[in-house]
Design a protein. Structure first.
Length: 251
């Protein structure tokens, strides 16, 4: 009978992937919780690793309005270029495939890069909003991600500067998305934590928790299974075990 291991040292990687596949197959309500670590392979840095000056200027709408050229130069380098030039990682794509095959209820993410949706995920809770919502600071019209391709995006209607929603909201959580995330975690019997370090940690104690991260996190002590590997390595191996393609879902 299957008995999940409580310590990652007790099994090799192949055995852990077998355990993960069995947990997913037996679960009735699986959700994923993702953080910055899942997008690093796309070239998007973990903002905790950036200097305070960089993160400060990129979280300030007043800086955006006063220095739009410099703001968007940094913003393109850190976010927009990786999103469009590299795109979703293998992990993003496999999570979308899991949802497509009704093995995953949804993804809760603290990321704003919209890569889950670009990989084909439909059920996402973007608790800090996403770059698919962008405001004209002058007339208030809202535009999708594509407008951020412009070197310094302006509103086609009035010419006002465009502010990405996370900046517009001053990197604040979105109450409706947080409520949605909480409802999923309340119902989940399996939670896959990937590249997350605890910004969102509302996970019911009765839920089985899998922590996928090369480094130690605060989720380790609560996890039934800890996989010390990157998200891409883990989900690529899982896709092979479950016979899922590692491609974006297109419908």
């Amino acid at each position: 009978m299957f008995n999940p291991l409580t310590h990652h040292q007790s099994a090799n990687f192949d055995e852990q992937i077998n355990q993960l596949a069995q947990l997913i197959s037996k679960s009735h309500h699986t959700i994923a919780l993702t953080g910055a670590g899942i997008s690093v392979a796309s070239g998007i840095p973990d903002l905790e690793q950036l200097s305070g000056g960089t993160t400060g200027s990129l979280s300030s709408e007043s800086y955006l309005e006063a220095h739009p050229d410099d703001f968007y130069r940094q913003f393109h380098q850190l976010f927009i270029d990786p999103i469009f030039n590299v795109g979703p990682t293998a992990a993003h794509k496999v999570l979308a495939q899991l949802e497509h095959h009704q093995l995953l209820d949804g993804v809760i993410t603290t990321n704003v890069d919209y890569l889950h949706e670009r990989a084909g995920s439909h059920n996402t809770a973007n608790i800090w909003s996403s770059l698919n919502i962008n405001h004209c600071v002058q007339c208030g019209r809202i535009y999708p991600l594509e407008i951020l391709r412009d070197p310094v995006p302006h509103c086609p209607n009035c010419g006002g500067i465009i502010s990405p929603d996370p900046i517009f909201r001053n990197i604040a959580t979105v109450p409706a998305e947080r409520e949605r995330a909480d409802s999923w975690t309340n119902a989940a019997d399996l939670v896959l934590v990937t590249g997350a370090n605890g910004y969102y940690d509302h996970v019911e104690n009765r839920s089985t928790l899998v922590d996928i991260n090369p480094a130690q996190t605060e989720f380790d002590d609560r996890a039934t299974l800890v996989i010390r590997a990157t998200a891409d390595k883990t989900f690529a191996a899982l896709a092979g075990k479950l016979n899922l393609p590692i491609t974006a879902v297109t419908e």
